[in-house]
Design a protein around this ligand. Sequence first.
Ligand SMILES: Nc1ncnc2c1ncn2[C@@H]1O[C@H](COP(=O)(O)OP(=O)(O)OP(=O)(O)O)[C@@H](O)[C@H]1O
Ligand SMILES: [Mg+2]
Length: 223
Amino acid sequence: MNNLKSVDLSKSYTTNEESIDVLHNINLTINLHDQIAISGNSGSGKSTLLHLLAALDTPTSGKICIDDVDISSFTKNELSKHRLENFGFVYQFHHLMEDLTVIENILIPGQLANTNPSLNDDAHELAELIGLSHRLNHLPWKLSGGEKQRVAIARALINKPKIIFLDEPTGNLDDKNAQIIQDLLFDISNKHGVALVAATHDNNFIKNFKTIYKIEDKTISEI
Ligand SMILES: Nc1ncnc2c1ncn2[C@@H]1O[C@H](COP(=O)(O)OP(=O)(O)OP(=O)(O)O)[C@@H](O)[C@H]1O
Ligand SMILES: [Mg+2]
């Protein structure tokens, strides 16, 4: 995969009789090595846009293209293969599997993709990179918020994605942990060319990005 594109992407949510237009005609291209922050007020549609771009949700109109192919033309299996191989996703509240240990959580996407013969070694290397190799067999509830977020990042990286989507990765962290996460992400992106696409309110985090967008009135513009 070389690029991901949204073309006239719109999303409305319909609840009962009411319809809420959240995004209108969003055109955005993400290339390898990009470092993109998406800012905007609470409720402006940042999470909605990340979910659409990562093919975790479907648009009301418009399309998402991988290398200029509309992903709606993919079968369910093709789409999940693309997602597993190309995308990593870090949710705002990390969504770790609470019954699985640190190392088991990191391994999950790799086991689903089932293509990497050195999966175990890679998972241990990532655990080392996030500074948690001494906590491999701990369950998530024993970890701090910052540590959980680091595990979620390692899990998002295990399949060596081309793009990592992050929904407020520093949102619930103190300054020190936010800095650790920030350094880790830019280090990985700069070294391996992984594109970062992050929804964030955090000005300290935002200022590191090469490209900063703002969502306002359902549209997106570069700032
Ligand atoms: N599943 C849903 N059903 C109905 N409305 C939704 C749904 N998901 C989101 N919305 C609405 O869409 C709008 C955008 O939500 P979204 O979560 O994308 O905003 P956000 O910019 O990520 O906000 P925050 O900064 O608070 O995380 C909000 O008005 C929200 O209430
Ligand atoms: Mg959000």
